[in-house]
Design a protein around this ligand. Structure first.
Ligand code: XMP
Length: 513
């Protein structure tokens, strides 16, 4: 079993960030609900426990509290924000409502540089605060090791028990040395090595997949996106030809997309790739359909039908592989006022009906997205796939506004290719969450040479985002916009006007439909 740190989640919007930071220190971490019984935690043999922040007050009647047995495990504990207040609550300190909420940047003065958390760090640090309650009396056996203008107990320790508390958030980027503090905790205090790397994970995952699958067959729906691609490469490494990947061309893919998948997986990886060309079926069913929701439903249903028929053709298989990631499986903690609980991920069109009787293989279910990308590189997948921008399941159908016809898809594909080419040429493509072209169902008058034109409009969309839930439009340089406009109107037949979308999400969405 990996050395690991258990993070108990009290509903902070940053809990996943804590887990990622720990893993960036090459130490495995898991997130568990705050009420996890101590027996379950003990079974994992963690090297340390982190108590996350959270929106509650320890003195409220409904305060989420951990199993108090965790304080008897004899392993280090770090309480962050609400977590430090829990230490006080359980170990004999006092928490009170602060006179004012402390929110934003603050300056931390380290009073005791011999504290393990601040080893090799400067005496003054910028930190990020976000709390209303504060510690007013230290728990028994604790001393203060750092202060801020607003708090005498900004960092506290009980060196003997190896319990630590931070009133600020070391996990967020606004605490620039925060990762070093967490690294000092996991390496210095908990004594963890640096064993969590994707190189090590490949071997571990290959063993696990072999153990799970035995000599049975596995089917995987390959979309060409990062997750299914990395899952395919990993499972193929583990069980070779026992894996069959089904790739459905729904006629709504971008230029060359199907070719890249066939080239990379069919020819380079030499895995069994079952290519389903269902272009005519999908486009046939989309004829004359203009309502966005109907388009999505038709595509979703047709995909399931095609995929089910394809699995039957692929031969009897016991397992279905999916590229499920860690954020999809973390049990979310329902705590009032917790914004993390409100955020729901987009449902994929590829969601399969429950009556498909497969056992699941999900080799990415303990990984975060950035780990999946490094795993992909480790497995030899090209950058083009590993850093591919998100692409919606319904494909170009939600970017061809109005009726989806082969001719309109072709116009959009040609314009989109130019957007991607130019974004790559200027080095902006891999820094952008998504950039693409949208074909508007609007025709307008233009003039080309001596002739009047009456053609379509292309909208260029480029957004920055962390997770697709909110987004800001990217301030593309004017020179680039000029090139895009001139290339698209000159090179794409049927387009005489280009506009740039300057809407953020909210109020807009990233896709136009
Ligand atoms: P919106 O348009 O809702 O999109 O702001 C947020 C993110 O989700 C992607 N998207 C989808 N992804 N299936 C998917 O797998 C879908 O049906 C779907 N619709 C939108 C979109 O590209 C953006 O990254």
């Amino acid at each position: 079993m990996n050395e690991q740190i258990v993070i108990l989640d009290f509903g902070s919007q940053y809990t996943q960030v804590i887990a990622r930071r720990i893993r960036e220190c090459s130490v495995y971490s898991v997130i568990l609900p705050f009420h996890t019984p101590v027996e379950e935690i003990r079974k994992l043999r963690p090297s340390g426990i982190i108590l996350s922040g959270g929106p509650s007050s320890v003195y409220s009647a409904k305060a989420p509290l951990p199993d108090k047995g965790i304080f008897q495990l004899g392993i280090p504990i770090l309480g962050i924000c609400y977590g430090v207040q829990l230490l006080a609550h359980f170990l004999g300190g006092k928490v009170e409502k602060g006179l004012k909420r402390e929110y934003g940047k603050g300056t931390l003065s380290v009073q005791d540089p011999s504290c393990d958390l601040f080893r090799k760090l400067p005496g003054t640090l910028q930190v990020w605060n976000s709390h209303g309650d504060k510690l007013t009396r230290l728990p028994k056996g604790f001393v203060a090791v750092a202060t801020t203008a607003n708090s005498d107990f900004a960092a506290i320790e009980s060196r003997e028990r190896r319990f630590y508390g931070l009133q600020f958030h070391p996990e967020v980027a606004h605490t620039p040395k925060g990762k070093e503090i967490l690294s000092n905790f996991v390496h210095g205090v908990c004594g963890c090595g640096k064993n969590w790397t994707m190189r090590n994970y490949v071997d571990q995952a290959v063993d696990e997949i072999r153990r799970q699958v035995g000599s049975e067959k596995v089917i995987l729906g390959l979309s060409g996106g990062v997750d299914s691609s990395v899952a395919a490469a990993l499972i193929h490494k583990a069980v070779g030809d026992q894996l069959t990947c089904i790739f459905v061309n729904n006629g709504l893919l971008r230029a060359n997309e199907a070719d890249v998948v066939r080239e990379v997986f069919g020819r380079n990886f030499k895995l069994r790739l079952q290519y389903e060309d269902s272009t005519r079926l999908f486009l046939g069913r989309l004829k004359k359909v203009t309502d966005p929701e109907r388009k999505r439903k038709i595509i979703g249903r047709t995909f399931i039908e095609v995929f089910q028929a394809a699995t039957r053709r692929a031969g009897k298989a016991k397992f279905l592989a999916q590229g499920t990631l860690y954020p999809d499986v973390i049990e979310s903690v329902p705590i009032a006022g917790n914004p993390a609980a409100l955020i729901k991920s987009h449902h994929n069109v590829g969601g399969l009906p429950k009556n498909m009787k497969f056992k699941l293989v999900e080799p990415l279910r303990c990984l975060f997205k950035d780990e999946v990308r490094s795993l992909g590189l480790e497995l030899g997948l090209p950058k083009e796939i590993v850093y591919r921008q998100p692409f919606p399941g319904p494909g170009l159908a939600v970017r061809v506004l109005g009726e989806v016809t082969p001719a309109r898809c072709e116009i959009l594909r040609n314009a989109d290719t130019i957007v991607v080419e130019e974004m790559k040429r200027t080095g902006l493509y891999y820094k952008t969450w998504q950039c693409f072209a949208v074909l508007l169902p609007v025709r307008s008058v233009g003039v080309m040479g001596d002739e009047r034109t009456y053609d379509y409009t292309i909208a260029v969309r480029a957004v920055e985002s962390q997770d697709g839930m909110t987004a800001d439009w990217v301030r593309l340089p004017y020179d680039l916009l000029e090139t895009l406009s001139s290339r698209i109107t000159n090179e794409v037949k049927g387009v005489n006007r280009v506009v740039f979308d300057i809407t953020s999400k909210p109020p807009g969405t990233i896709e136009w439909e």
